[in-house]
Ligand binder design. Structure first.
Ligand SMILES: N[C@@H](CCC(=O)N[C@@H](CS)C(=O)NCC(=O)O)C(=O)O
Length: 201
């Protein structure tokens, strides 16, 4: 296997932290996003959408989408379990993972991209959309805060990929000026999750 990534990017971190949870090491190549290496013909042959991370499998096929990569790694390294065991637990973790990705990660990324214009060399920037997205992320995090008032982790007493994705998203948000860590239960939960060895730099 070979990983093409930008290990400090939020999606790069999702796969990186997941690998640390599983104690997996995979040879990796860093892709220069700022310089547009991800948009090259060579990288688009790995992922036509021109994004990272991408995992090249031993079969020669390419997997992109962080969640799909993590799901594959869970399949070949089942312990510790991060995607759920029973049908119900798997479905609940999937439900919360999608809520994290669609309602927090996407809006945080859209706010970052449209307010800062970080990728203005490759996409149309709509600052107002950035502001709307920042507000949407804030509203969604308030719902997570309510949920965490009665739950140690996002899915009850067990740590899962949903916690990992949300914590990485909120770390990234803070680093780009969107501090979403202020509410009580989110703050308690965030300290707990980011104290895990997998989050150490
Ligand atoms: N849905 C994809 C998103 C991948 C993504 O947006 N990656 C960012 C880095 S966090 C990227 O490659 N950005 C480069 C660009 O937009 O040109 C995933 O889950 O992996």
């Amino acid at each position: 296997m070979h990983l093409y990534t930008q290990s400090l990017s939020p999606n790069g971190q999702r796969v990186g932290v997941f690998m640390k949870e599983k104690n997996i090491e995979i040879p990796a190549t860093e892709i220069d996003l700022r310089g547009g290496q991800n948009l090259s013909e060579e990288h688009r042959a790995r992922n036509p959408f021109g994004r990272v991370p991408v995992l090249e499998l031993d079969s020669g096929s390419f997997l992109s989408e962080s969640n799909a990569i993590c799901l594959y790694l869970e399949g070949i390294h089942p312990d510790p379990n991060l995607f759920g065991s029973s049908a119900e637990e798997k479905a609940i973790i999937e439900m919360w993972s999608r809520r994290v990705e669609l309602n927090v990660l996407m809006p945080v990324a859209q706010a970052f991209r449209n307010i800062t214009g970080f990728f203005k060399d490759r996409e149309k920037i709509v600052p107002e959309w950035g502001e709307v997205s920042a507000e949407a992320a804030q509203a969604a995090v308030a719902l997570f805060d309510d949920h965490l008032a009665g739950s140690k982790y996002i899915c009850g007493d067990r740590y899962s990929i949903a916690d990992m994705t949300l914590a990485i998203t909120l770390n990234f948000a803070k680093s780009v000026g969107q501090d979403l860590l202020g509410s009580k239960h989110i703050a308690r939960w965030h300290t707990e999750v980011t104290s895990r060895p997998s989050f150490a730099p």
